[in-house]
Design a protein around this ligand. Structure first.
Ligand code: CUA
Length: 334
């Protein structure tokens, strides 16, 4: 009961060890506080029960400085420890390493899709597909190599879902219209549960799959095999061309067109017409495509049409990835 493993499967995420210790720390703090508070309450109820002689001499006590300072400072100090500890671990599990392998997760009623842009591979983790993977002797669900930092970039095509991998201590909502990021580094090969942890309709309970942690070799073989399949993520360069983006946006540093050049845009701070600046991250790129009027770059007119309803989630993801890599040797890793 006083080990996190009593409540959870054993942690196999190198980035999550601190959360287990914090969980146990908070459990102890609340247990001890409960015993002190309840103990005092029971003692007072007994000591001052009806019919007991009470000494009423002297002035009634109004306050006790030492006591008040103690009951203010002690909880504040404990909360301070929890805050610092929690922030440190939350940061560790929210900010991926620069070299982390990127996987795009799309939630949809009622299955998960995992895209591997570096490998041009898509895994649709429907119950049927997972069953077929087992028959074929393939790893099931989200397949990741062991001892490798992984960055999950999630979004949803319909309602809110939530990626929950208990063995990794990872739980992150995926939302429509924006990206959320989480990260982990699996330390042991094996198969772990992946649940949807946000009620999303009739088959919410069926929106489950596995995380298969495999060796680097098996992972490379699996990716090579999956690449030969016809189903892959959309091609960002093709979406860029077919959506007419090039009519207004250059992809070279050269001259700006009707709209700003997209070369080297990702990760830059852009000045806006309202005098503020915005960091051109993925959510900014996404919003600029779907709701161009929300944030307009200084020196340009509000003339870009919205692509909302014209691009599906797949095309939008591909386009964001494509723009992210423009003018960057590293493909746009942060
Ligand atoms: Cu998706 Cu619950």
């Amino acid at each position: 009961m006083f080990k996190a493993d009593f409540w959870f499967p054993t942690s196999v995420n190198a980035l999550a060890d601190g959360t287990d210790d914090l969980f146990i720390f908070i459990l102890w703090v609340t247990l001890i506080s409960m015993v002190i508070v309840m103990g005092a309450m029971i003692w007072f109820a007994y000591r001052y029960r009806a019919g007991q002689p009470i000494n009423n001499d002297g002035p009634l006590p109004t306050h006790h400085l030492g006591l008040e300072v103690a009951w203010t400072l002690v909880p504040t100090a404990i909360l301070g420890v929890i805050f610092v500890w929690g922030t440190r671990d939350y940061t560790k599990m929210s900010i991926p390493a620069p070299d982390a392998m990127e996987i795009r997760v799309t939630g949809q009623k009622w299955f998960w899709t995992f895209d591997y842009p570096e490998h041009n591979v898509r895994i649709q983790a429907t119950p049927e597909a997972s069953e077929q993977a087992r028959i074929d002797g393939n790893p099931v669900g989200l397949v990741v190599p062991v001892n490798t930092p992984v960055k999950l970039v999630g979004s949803s095509v319909d309602v809110i879902h939530s990626i929950f991998i208990p063995a990794f201590r990872v739980k992150k909502d995926v939302l429509p219209q924006r990206y959320t990021v989480s990260t982990f580094e699996a330390t042991e090969e094996g198969e772990y549960d992946l649940f949807c942890a946000e009620y999303c309709g009739t088959k919410h309970s069926g929106m489950i799959t596995k995380v298969s942690v495999v060796s680097e070799t098996v992972f490379a073989e699996f990716m090579a095999k999956e690449q030969t399949k016809s189903v892959g993520p959309a091609d960002g360069a093709l979406v860029f061309a077919s959506s007419g983006c090039a009519g207004c946006h250059a992809i070279t540093p050269a001259t700006a067109g009707v709209g700003p050049s997209l070369h080297g845009l990702y990760g830059r701070s852009e000045p806006l017409t309202d005098g503020t600046t915005v960091l051109a991250d993925e959510n900014y790129l996404r919003e600029s495509i779907m709701k161009p009027m929300a944030q307009i770059v200084e020196g340009y007119g509000p003339i870009m049409p919205s692509y909302s309803g014209r691009l599906n989630e797949d095309e939008l993801n591909a386009l964001v990835l494509y723009i992210r890599g423009l003018g960057r040797d590293d493909g746009g890793a942060l």
